[in-house]
Design a protein around this ligand. Structure first.
Ligand code: NAD
Length: 494
């Protein structure tokens, strides 16, 4: 399988920007640690240029009809579908996720662009009847201007589609910054944006790390910052945006509870729990990293999950038989193993894994064993802190109230899962869980139509679904006095 490496130069105002050898970042593959490419570490001046280009393009783009924007978005979706295998292979090489996962994500990204293409010409306001007969009041939905879109490394194509599709549908122009750890599919998208026919400057792509991120998030010309990444970075961005009062969408981390009740169909719940934590090596914000199991089924559930975990095929994420690839970087590997040590110190019982795989035939990438801890204290660090790796914390509960209480006991609130055959319990518990997403008898199911986002430290704002458009639109109210009468200038009219 040959991975085609893209043009890694930044895209500003429709042109690729030559690399400056003094400001470059190396991109490596977590599969074997090999050097893949070099990208630019954008300077403050380049970030300024990118925002200027987006601002200039906005003055024309805002006048382009929703129908035209929809055509362009649909064309982009077609191009992503056409090149989906190439894109998936590139993303897998860049971040180590399984090829079958990145292939699904490429198709899902295309679906997102199509969904928002369908919405681009339906951005209606309202006419509003007021108390007085001789007034006419209406609202219009206007694009917020330049949107800055910053993404994490774990699912670059999908995370970007969650932001870029509604932003363009709404009529915004954008400056995108992918993670410096896995920037390649975003840079490849620059070619598809041009091929689809988007006007110059509507989509700008810059690369870099913290410095570039800070320059993007402290520029007062920006109308919205949409960020996906870690809690500390999200907090730094919210603080920076407080200075400019630019509104922010934050998609941050999670410590999601996957709850198996005693009446669950275990044939489905066990693979559901495995999908929650070992798919993508646990490197998903929605990982079901806390498994809460009712006392009466805890032994059998833990035994079955442990059997599956011990037999997970670890290896090259491009191979069909592989079930878990490497984690995204050696730094990430070290972080995960440090969390494992903390869990041992805190008295959790290590049932499976806990280290690097001992298979000497694996390439020199950053691999971690599927790991399961049982008897995890809900207050312990393993139960409270995001690991972002294949580490499952199992905790038992004795009744529904206790399950809900443990599920809600972290600072996060991104996703959750309920496994039960009792319809009333499913609704009852769904209502009590403090999380942006609740899955019942399924886990890790994403849909373009379904809004997604967090509460508490998992962030705020919504992506996907029609609600995502609201992040990129603002409401203008227009009130027209139809009366021709002369008013009292010294009292407010109401
Ligand atoms: P990160 O916060 O380290 O980096 C994310 C992005 O922010 C990168 O592009 C990075 O260059 C940029 N950045 C870094 N410092 C910045 C600053 N001061 N100002 C502006 N930008 C800055 O996160 P990561 O390690 O790439 O991603 C992992 C995290 O992302 C996990 O916590 C995970 O849960 C979260 N995540 C959340 C979602 C979601 O939708 N809720 C999805 C995927 C990942």
């Amino acid at each position: 399988m040959t991975t085609l490496l893209p043009d890694t130069r930044m895209l500003i105002d429709g042109s690729r920007v030559p690399l400056d050898s003094e400001r470059i970042i190396a991109v490596t593959s977590p599969i074997d640690g090999s050097h893949l490419a070099e990208i630019a570490d954008a300077s403050g001046a380049q970030i300024h240029d990118a925002i200027t280009a987006a601002e200039r393009a906005f003055s024309k783009w805002r006048q382009v009809s929703g129908n035209e924007r929809a055509k362009l978005l649909n064309r982009l979706a077609d191009l992503i579908d056409r090149d989906s295998h190439e894109l998936a292979l590139l993303e897998t090489t860049d971040n180590g996720k399984l090829l079958r996962e990145t292939s699904t994500q490429a198709r899902f990204a295309a679906r997102n662009y199509r969904f928002f293409a369908g919405a681009a010409d339906k951005l209606y306001g309202h006419t509003i009847p007021l108390d007085s007969w001789d007034t006419f009041d209406y609202t219009s939905k206007e694009p917020i201007g330049v949107a800055v879109l910053i993404t994490a490394w774990n699912s670059p194509m999908q995370l970007l589609a969650n932001k870029l599709a509604p932003a363009l549908a709404a009529g915004c122009t954008v400056v995108i910054k992918p993670s410096e750890i896995a920037p390649l599919t975003t840079l490849r998208l620059a070619d598809l944006i041009a091929e689809a026919g988007f006007p110059q400057g509507v989509v700008n792509i810059v690369t870099g790390g913290v410095e570039a991120g800070i320059a993007l998030t402290t520029d007062a010309r920006v109308g919205r910052i949409s960020f996906t990444g870690s809690v500390p970075t999200g907090q730094a961005i919210a603080r920076a945006a407080a200075g400019t009062l630019v509104p922010v969408t934050l998609e941050l981390g999670g410590k999601s509870a996957n709850i198996i009740f005693d009446d669950a169909d275990l044939e489905r719940a066990v693979p559901g729990a495995v999908a929650g934590i070992f798919a993508a090596g646990g490197q998903t914000c929605i990982a079901g990293s806390r498994l809460l199991v009712h006392d009466s089924v805890a032994d059998i559930v833990t035994k079955r999950i442990a059997e599956i975990a011990r037999n997970i095929v670890i290896g090259d994420p491009r191979a069909d038989e592989t079930q878990m690839g490497p984690v995204a970087s050696s730094l990430q590997q070290e972080r995960i193993l440090a969390m494992v040590s903390k869990a041992l110190d805190d008295g959790s019982h290590l049932l499976v894994g806990g280290g690097r795989p001992d298979d000497t035939s694996l390439p020199a990438g950053s691999y971690v064993q599927p790991t399961i801890f049982t008897e995890v204290d809900p207050e312990s660090r393993l139960a409270q802190e995001e690991v972002f790796g294949p580490v499952l914390a199992v905790t038992r509960f004795s009744d529904e109230e206790q399950a809900v209480s443990i599920a809600n006991s972290t600072e996060f609130g991104l996703a959750s899962g309920i496994w039960t055959s009792d319809l009333s319990r499913a609704h009852r518990v769904a209502r009590e869980l403090v999380a942006g997403t609740v899955w019942v008898n399924t886990y890790r199911y994403s849909a373009a139509q379904a809004p997604f986002g967090g509460v508490k430290r998992s962030g705020y704002g919504r992506e996907r679904g029609l609600e995502a458009l609201d992040e990129y639109l603002r409401t203008k109210n227009v009130l027209i006095d139809l009366s021709n009468s002369v008013r009292d200038p010294f009292a407010i009219k109401a």
